[in-house]
Design a protein around this ligand. Sequence first.
Ligand code: COA
Length: 324
Amino acid sequence: MYSRIAGTGSYLPEKIVTNFDLEKRMDTTDEWIRTRTGIERRHIAAEGQTTVDLAEAAARRAIEAAGVTPAEVDFIVFGTTTPDLVFPNCGTLLQARLGARGCPAFSVETACSGFIYALSIADKFVKSGEAKCALVVGAETLSRITNWKDRNTAVLFGDGAGAVILKPSAEPGLMSTHLHSDGAYKDLLYVDSGVSKGFKVDAATGKVDVGIKMAGSEVFKVAVTKLGSAVDEALAANGLERSAVNWLVPHQANIRIIGAMAKRLELPMERVIVTVQDHGNTSTASVPLALDVGVRDGRVKRGDLLLLEAFGGGFTWGSALVRF
Ligand code: COA
């Protein structure tokens, strides 16, 4: 028994903030952002619009694409670092919206690699026969933890959601997933506040300061190394050559990291799904968002071999090899 992606969906909030808009708010330029990151615009959730609101829209699209009903969903795993509430978790909040009552629903919090972690967990439940229609979500409202006064990080992030439905299949499907984490890298990318540690209040504005702290060039170097190993690992585990991959569906953080992965796989950029220009780094949402774009515009076809990878704060990282 294997699991197979039966449908994909995604959602981006309506409000678009371009690099030119940011030029007016901070000491940056469109040229700097585009050449260093590939990002041209990002979507920002409206006031009051939450992570679960974005997730619900993406989930309903994935459910529709899979040809199932919300009530058929019997397992929900939700990757996010920007939950609506301390509890219930976002998976359970989404479950109530969908009316899929009684099934297991929970969140995983591994920053930008959250979707790969969630996919790997759901895969095991489907393979074991415990789940027949698993909903896997990655959704974020990163704008809520963005320090808009810090040009080093504010230009990078955006809000969005992506989702897939996994169903049992006699043929793969998900061929393998590979998860890694190394907390020794914490200081390179983190948010230095939380419910238990406490929140700092900005003396000038009186607002809670939950800004992202990042050593950009160090993160860049480790990301390229670890992601390189993760894609090699996925191919080796399945005895496949790089040339077997039809599409690389990478975490959309930076076009230069994406380019480095394509080079490692000896794939031309035409075989890479790139959406970073349209929404920046949406953390856990980025891989399912890119996958949904590739599926809906007809590039990704049934039977194609996809290599998914993501890297995030922790550090956490992982890959998945998928026969679509
Ligand atoms: N606009 C203009 N200048 C900026 C800027 C901005 N938004 N942000 C930083 N700079 C400046 C820096 O202050 C620095 O100036 P200095 O040389 O006078 O000190 C200069 O640009 C170069 O900074 P540097 O860090 O060398 O740039 P870089 O080429 O490493 O690019 C990142 C910076 C953040 C784009 C890049 O390191 C990166 O993408 N890292 C990975 C981040 C990531 O993906 N994080 C999420 C992982 S899930």
